[in-house]
Design a protein around this ligand. Structure first.
Ligand SMILES: Nc1nc2c(ncn2[C@@H]2O[C@H](COP(=O)(O)OP(=O)(O)O)[C@@H](O)[C@H]2O)c(=O)[nH]1
Ligand SMILES: [Mg+2]
Length: 192
C-alpha cells in the first residue's frame, strides 16, 4: 500500500471504550522501547504523529490512526518493561490478549522485535499466543542499522526457527527507511 493520508482518531485506555470496527486493522505490538512509535511515524511519514517517549513504559493507551480512509493502524501499549511491577505487567498482558482475542476486525498483527535482542521471553510468549489462537502475524526486526551483517544472519536464523508461522520477517530501520516499502507491500494482502 501507498500511504497517502493518515489521521489520528482516538486513544483509549480500556476495552470498554473501543471505537467501532469500521475498518480492518493492522495492529502493532512490541516490548517497550522497541521503536514502535518511531516506526509508525516513519511508515506514515509524519514526524510526531505517534509520540515517541523518553520514558519507556509510559504509553498505556491504545492509539488509533485512520490510514487512507480504509484501514486502522492500531498502536498497542508496549509490554515487558522491567520497571513496572508484576501486577501492572499482568494487567497489561490481560489487556493485550483480550484485545487480540476479542477484536474481530484485526487483519494482521505486526510484532516488533529488537534486532539485537530477538525472541526474548515475552516476545516468544506473544508468538506462542498468536500461533495458538491462529491469528495472522508478521515480524519486524527493528533498529537494523545497529547490526553487523553477521548478527543480521544470526538474528534471522533465530527468528525463522522460533516464529515458524510468521507471514513475513522484515528487517527495518526507521532511521534509514530500510524495510519500509517491503513492509507496506505485505500489508496489501491483509486490508482488502
Ligand atoms: N538506531 C535506531 N534507533 C531507533 C530506531 N527506531 C527507534 N529507535 C530509538 O529507540 C528508542 C525508542 O523508540 P520509541 O519509538 O519511542 O519506542 P517505543 O517505546 O517502542 O514506542 C528511541 O531512542 C529511538 O530513537 C531505529 O530504526 N534505529
Ligand atoms: Mg511508543
Amino acid at each position: 500500500m501507498k500511504i497517502i493520508n493518515t489521521a489520528f482518531l482516538t486513544s483509549v485506555s480500556a476495552l470498554s471504550g473501543l471505537p467501532e470496527e469500521t475498518f480492518p486493522e493492522i495492529v502493532f505490538s512490541g516490548r517497550s522501547n522497541v521503536g514502535k512509535s518511531t516506526l509508525l511515524n516513519s511508515l506514515v511519514g509524519v514526524k510526531g504523529l505517534a509520540k515517541t517517549s523518553a520514558t519507556p513504559g509510559k504509553t498505556r493507551l491504545i492509539n488509533y490512526f485512520v490510514v487512507n480512509h480504509e484501514v486502522f493502524f492500531v498502536d498497542l501499549p508496549g509490554y515487558g518493561y522491567a520497571a513496572v511491577g508484576h501486577a501492572e505487567k499482568a494487567a497489561w498482558g490481560e489487556l493485550l490478549s483480550s484485545y487480540i482475542l476479542q477484536r474481530r476486525s484485526i487483519a494482521l498483527v505486526v510484532l516488533l522485535f529488537d534486532s539485537r535482542h530477538p525472541a526474548m521471553q515475552s516476545d516468544r510468549a506473544m508468538v506462542e499466543f498468536l500461533e495458538f489462537h491462529e491469528r495472522p502475524y508478521g515480524i519486524v526486526l527493528t533498529k537494523d542499522d545497529k547490526l553487523t551483517q553477521k548478527q543480521r544472519v544470526q538474528t534471522r536464523r533465530i527468528m525463522e526457527s522460533c516464529a515458524a508461522k510468521a507471514k513475513f520477517i522484515v528487517n527495518y530501520s526507521s532511521f534509514s527507511g530500510k524495510g519500509k516499502s517491503e513492509l507496506l507491500a505485505h500489508f496489501d494482502h491483509y486490508i482488502r
